[in-house]
Design a protein around this ligand. Structure first.
Ligand SMILES: *Cc1c(COP(=O)(O)O)cnc(C)c1O
Length: 426
């Protein structure tokens, strides 16, 4: 029963564009009525009709400890009594900056902001200010938040000047964003051959987690590092998802590549609105108040958000095996899902790393299988991302029990899909 969610969606659409405060929440990619939630606990979330779900969205990444982790909740409750924001420096900002610069050696100094979007937007301004160059290289299928220069997609040509991917982005600005396919070093090298003298930065998700889940080829990130070095361009790693999710030092630790600027978000805020960007000291020294690149924030570094982030990071540090645990869980989940699908004549491909996973139905035009699977799983009490193009998130609150429940649910769903002619594979 979703009566209350349906009623709320009706009210919401009257006063909120599309009924939601962020587009993917509207279920447009899967159809049906979005679920309104009111409570989370560990790996579980509860909707306004009282239904329970095992959650594989985790608020799109921040909740690596699961929902309402007792230590995070308690720390927020305690700090909030002292006030929520001062618009002036606090001890916590120093402590979290010390912690992050320790965990990620390429980050020598760091500035806190309020979202991943702010982090990438500011990182680009900084890169342009530092290099005095104007072009930006980004990759197809990578999401870097919704600031104008980063909403640009590839045009129809293989190698092309940016074409705005959103109404409202002025074409004159979009033209400075150059696009190459992810993992395509040759196309990137072509862009450098043509525009290299004026490329301020390459921005990349070192693991692409915003188009299902795409791993970098072995040559890709080292190749980008080399191209940037050869052309005096900066390499920006957008680790908003991968930071503290695939390793304490992010994807850059796994692959041994130092970025010039790293963008963080999601986990670094422990469920509160936080982003951050940091990197080489000489680059960050271009920021106001010591340098000419302006950047600011009324609520940046506020104690409530810093506390949630700090406690989350400390908890990860205190559990040295946590990334192995997440990796095992994701591996088991994807392997068993593949097997179950296969037993029902359905083929899926999967990817996973640490607490991130992605699966794709093979031969699934218009994502018909995915949509059906999504809704069947929902009915079985499993909440997956409402789009075939989003990665899945596992938290440290998921365990063997949630795993076997999820697999049992998937088994039922695949069986139903197999029986329904429209979704049966030849
Ligand atoms: C989520 C995300 C962003 C944007 O962060 P917001 O906090 O939603 O603004 C940027 N980059 C990547 C890789 C992300 O996954």
């Amino acid at each position: 029963m979703l009566n209350e969610s349906i009623a709320l969606m009706q009210r919401a659409t009257a006063v909120i564009p599309g009924g939601v405060n962020s587009p993917v929440r509207a279920f447009k990619a899967v159809g049906g009525n979005p679920i309104f939630f009111e409570r989370g606990n560990g790996a579980h979330i509860y909707d306004v009709d009282g239904n329970e779900y095992i959650d594989y969205v985790g608020s799109w990444g921040p909740l690596i400890l699961g929902h309402a982790h007792p230590k995070v909740v308690k720390a927020i409750q305690q700090i909030v009594q002292n006030g929520t924001s001062f618009g002036a420096p606090t001890r916590l900002e120093v402590e979290i900056a010390e912690l992050i610069t320790n965990l990620m050696p390429s980050i020598e100094t760091i500035r806190m902001v309020n979202s991943g979007t702010e982090a990438t937007m500011s990182a680009i301004r900084l890169a342009r200010g530092y290099t005095g160059k104007k072009y930006l290289v980004k990759f197809d299928n990578c999401y870097h938040g919704h600031s104008d220069p980063l909403l640009v997609k590839a045009g129809s040509g293989a190698r092309t000047l940016g074409v705005a991917g959103s109404a409202g982005v002025v074409q004159d600005l979009a033209q400075y964003t150059l696009i190459a396919p992810y993992n395509d070093l040759q196309a990137t090298a072509h862009l450098f051959a043509e525009y290299g003298h004026d490329i301020a930065a390459v921005i990349v998700e070192p693991i692409a987690a915003n188009n299902n889940l795409i791993m970098p080829t072995a040559a890709f990130l080292p190749g980008l590092r080399k191209l940037c070095d050869e052309h005096n361009s900066l390499l920006i790693f957008d680790e908003v998802i991968t930071g503290f999710r695939v390793a304490l030092g992010g994807a850059q630790e796994l692959y041994g590549i130092a970025a010039d600027i790293t963008c963080l978000g999601k986990i670094v805020g422990g469920g509160m609105p936080v982003g951050a960007f940091g990197g080489r000291r000489d680059i960050l020294a271009m920021l106001a108040p010591i340098g000419p690149v302006y950047q600011a924030g009324t609520l940046s570094g506020n104690p409530v958000a810093m506390t949630a982030g700090m406690v989350t990071l400390q908890e990860l540090i205190a559990q040295p095996n946590c990334y192995t645990q997440l990796q095992q869980y994701s591996a088991n989940l994807m392997q068993q899902l593949t097997q179950q699908a296969k037993q029902h004549g359905i083929t899926i491909t999967t990817n996973y790393i640490s607490g991130l996973f992605g699966f794709n139905f093979v031969d699934d035009p218009d994502n018909k299988f995915f949509k059906r699977f999504f809704h069947l799983m929902l009915r079985q009490g499993v909440y997956l991302a409402p789009s075939a193009y989003e990665a899945g998130f596992v938290s440290l609150a998921h365990n063997e029990i949630t795993l076997s429940k999820t697999i049992a649910a998937a088994q039922q769903c695949f069986a139903l899909m197999q029986k329904t002619d429209a979704y049966a594979l030849a």
